[in-house]
Design a binder for this molecule. Structure first.
Ligand SMILES: NC(=O)c1ccc[n+]([C@@H]2O[C@H](COP(=O)([O-])OP(=O)(O)OC[C@H]3O[C@@H](n4cnc5c(N)ncnc54)[C@H](O)[C@@H]3O)[C@@H](O)[C@H]2O)c1
Length: 288
C-alpha cells in the first residue's frame, strides 16, 4: 500500500516513520519543498542510527525502513492509496491543500487529515470524496491511539477502512464524531491541563521541573504537562486553546498570557530548541 504524508514537520515525519516500520507500506513523504522532505527523511535516518546503536533494530531493518520512504512534493501522491494531510495548523492553507490533493489523487484514494483543531466537516466541504480525521498522537511511532474523526459527510465504511489501516500498523483506532473546539477527546482534556500548569508556573513562581515531577509522581503521568507542551509545540497549544475558547465561548479556556508570550518569543518547545526546557538538535532534553 502507498501512503502519502503531506507535510513533513513534527507529526508528518513521525507518521511516515510509523508506516515505514511495517512491511508492505511505501511512504511518500512530501512537503511544499522537496528539500524539507529530504531533511525530514535524514532526521528519521539519524533516529534509526541511534536505535540501531541501542540494539532496538538491526542495521538491515533500519535500511529497509529507509528504503520504504520516498520524498517529494504532493504531486507524487497521484499513485497513493491513502493520503494524510499533516501541514501546519492554518484553516485556509489546509482547505487549499486538500482541494489540490482531491484533484491529484486517484478516485479510490482515501483522503485523511491529521488536524488537531479544525472541523472535519468544514475541511471536507466541497471535496469530491469524503474526508476522515486520522489523528495520531505525538510521538506517532510509540503512541498507540489513532482517533478516527467522523465528519458530517464521512460514511461509516470510509471510517471503518481508515481504522483498519491504523490497525495494520499496530495502532488502536477509536472512532467518534468530531468534538467542538479541539477536534479530539485527548486534546480537549490535555491542552487545558497544560494551560493550567503554565498558569501555576507563572503565577506562583514554581519551576517547570517541580510541576512536571508532581504530575509524574502524583498522577502517574509518564511525562509532566510542561514537557508535554514542549513536545506538542507551544504554538499549537496556543492555537488549540484559542479554538476551544472560541468554539465553546467559555472563558475558562483562555490561553495563559505566559503561553502567548513564549510563542511571541519563538520559544515553541523541542522544535525550536527551547520552551520550558532546552533541547539539543536531536530533540533530547538538556540538563541545566
Ligand atoms: N504537534 C503535535 O503534537 C500534533 C499532534 C497531533 C496532530 N497534530 C496536527 O498535525 C498537523 C501538523 O502539525 P506539526 O506539529 O507537525 O506542524 P509543523 O509545523 O511541525 O509541520 C508542518 C509542515 O507542513 C509543511 N507545509 C506547510 N504548508 C504546506 C503545503 N501547502 N504543502 C506541503 N507542506 C506544507 C511545513 O513546511 C512543515 O514542514 C497539524 O494539523 C496539527 O494540528 C499535531
Amino acid at each position: 500500500m502507498i501512503v502519502g504524508i503531506v507535510g513533513a514537520g513534527n507529526m508528518g515525519t513521525g507518521i511516515a516513520k510509523a508506516f515505514a516500520m511495517n512491511d508492505g507500506f511505501t511512504v511518500y513523504l512530501c512537503d511544499s519543498n522537496e528539500l524539507i522532505a529530504n531533511k525530514a527523511k535524514r532526521r528519521i535516518g539519524k533516529e534509526l542510527e541511534y536505535s540501531v546503536e541501542r540494539g532496538r533494530y538491526t542495521k538491515e531493518q533500519a535500511d529497509a525502513m529507509m528504503k520504504r520512504i520516498v520524498t517529494g512534493t504532493k504531486y507524487i501522491c497521484e499513485e497513493a492509496d491513502l493520503v494524510i494531510e499533516c501541514i501546519y495548523e492554518d484553516v485556509k492553507t489546509k482547505k487549499e491543500t486538500l482541494k489540490e490533493l482531491d484533484k491529484i489523487c486517484k478516485p479510490e484514494c482515501l483522503l485523511c487529515t491529521n488536524t488537531s483543531r479544525y472541523s472535519i466537516t468544514e475541511l471536507g466541504a466541497g471535496l469530491s470524496r469524503p474526508l476522515t480525521g486520522m489523528h495520531f498522537q505525538n510521538p506517532a511511532t510509540t503512541m498507540k491511539l489513532v482517533d478516527v474523526g467522523i465528519g458530517m459527510n464521512t460514511p461509516k465504511e470510509t471510517a471503518d477502512r481508515v481504522a483498519e489501516i491504523a490497525r495494520m500498523i499496530g495502532k488502536v483506532p477509536i472512532q467518534y464524531p468530531e468534538i467542538g473546539g479541539a477536534g479530539y477527546m485527548v486534546d480537549r482534556i490535555l491542552l487545558p491541563m497544560i494551560n493550567e500548569a503554565i498558569g501555576i508556573c507563572a503565577e506562583n513562581d514554581v519551576p517547570p521541573e517541580k510541576i512536571d515531577q508532581a504530575m509524574i509522581l502524583g498522577a502517574n503521568h509518564p511525562m509532566g504537562p510542561l514537557e508535554l507542551g514542549d513536545l506538542i509545540g507551544l504554538d499549537l497549544v496556543l492555537k488549540i486553546m484559542q479554538n476551544i475558547q472560541e468554539d465553546t465561548g467559555d472563558s475558562k479556556y483562555r490561553p495563559h498570557p505566559l503561553l502567548r508570550k513564549m510563542v511571541r518569543g519563538g520559544r515553541l518547545g523541542r522544535k525550536t530548541g527551547q520552551g520550558f526546557y532546552k533541547y539539543d538538535e536531536a530533540g533530547r532534553k538538556l540538563k541545566d
